[in-house]
Every structure is written in structure tokens, then in C-alpha cells.
Design a protein around this ligand. Sequence first.
Ligand code: ITT
Length: 198
Amino acid sequence: MLIMKKEENSIYFVTGNKNKFSEALEVFTKERVPYDLKQKDIDTMEIQAETLKDVALFKLNSVKPKITNSFFIEDAGFFVDIPLNGFPGVYSSYVLKTIGNDGILKLIDEYEGSKAHFSAIISLYFKPLDSIIFFEGYISGRVSRDMRGEGGFGFDPIFIPDSIPDKTFAELSIHRKNRISHRGQAIKKLILFLKKNH
Ligand code: ITT
């Protein structure tokens, strides 16, 4: 009985990326969310779709039969708007694995006036209401001329947010990144919802 109650008070973040989980946990801990956040790494089916929302929804539906609790997944992408017209976007994972940050810097070739952004979309399956809800986050910035910083992950060493124009994401602490990042914003919206609906 006690165990059942504990389970009901848990919410799962389904992700294979422990950095994403650490960032989410930092916000959950600080905001005193009435749920225990747990990571679950389930093999999910990824589709190649045009938008992050389509990817997120497909993934959520493929995970749903395997989890009995409330859970969420999050899909993020890095978009170089100028001069790459939004590339890599929905291809971010593949591009990071293949050409990496180095490859992106070569493609841009020290272009002056680049613009880039990160987007994140969380899709939550909320069991008490048997419903799916989306929460989004966005941050704009530019591409650094070179890789800088030891923190973060993925594209962090080459992304400079507009709001902290002398640092890459990889030069910020988790806390500072969360205060402004795509993921931090989406997680805070999720937390507001969870608190309202507890
Ligand atoms: P999941 O298991 O949660 O899907 P993932 O690493 O595949 O983990 P995404 O599909 O959401 O994550 O991310 C697409 C790519 O963008 C991936 O290569 C990430 O490393 C990178 N990325 C996502 N969020 C990032 C962030 O905050 N900073 C830097 N790179 C990020």
C-alpha cells in the first residue's frame, strides 16, 4: 500500500540523456515539486518528422503502453537560422553524431552575424486526467567562432545566448543555463501545471 502511494507520487522523465535529466532535476529540486522525478531510459522509436512536436508526440505514444505512471519526454533541437536556414533542427542528434560541433563551425566558416536558437518541447502524459499536454521553451543566440567551455553537453560549446553575450552555454553552471534555456523554460511550465493539478 505504502509502495503504491510512493509510485503515484513519482513522475518519469523518459530520456537516454543524463545531462537533460540533471538539468530537469535541478529545477524540480529548487521548485519543491510535489512529485519525485525519476529517469527512465526506454528504447523509444524516433521518427524523422518535420517538427519537434510531431517527433515528441510519436515518441510519447510509443512509450505509453510501457509505463503506468505519469511521464514526460522532451525533444530539443539546435537551429542555425542564419546562415544555415535552421539546420540541423530536427536532425540535431544525427548531425552531432556525424559532423559534430566542429563540422557546424566549418559549415559556417566564421560567418559574421549568425543567428541560432534552441527549441524544446515537453510532452507529458498526465495520468490523473488521462491526457497529453505540451510545454515549450525557446532561446535565441548565435554561434560562437570556436568551441568554448567544459560544462553542458551537445551543442552547448558553440551556442552563445543573446541574454549572456560573452558566454557559451558550456561556460554556464546548470543553474545559470536553466534560468534562461529552452529546457529550463519548458520544465518551469511543466512544474506550474503539476503544482496546479496536484
Ligand atoms: P532523448 O533520449 O531524450 O531523446 P537526446 O540526446 O536524443 O535524448 P534530443 O533528441 O532532445 O536528445 O536532442 C537532439 C540533439 O540536440 C542531441 O544530440 C542533444 O545532445 C542536443 N541537445 C539537446 N538539448 C541540448 C542542450 O540543452 N544543449 C546542447 N545540445 C542539446
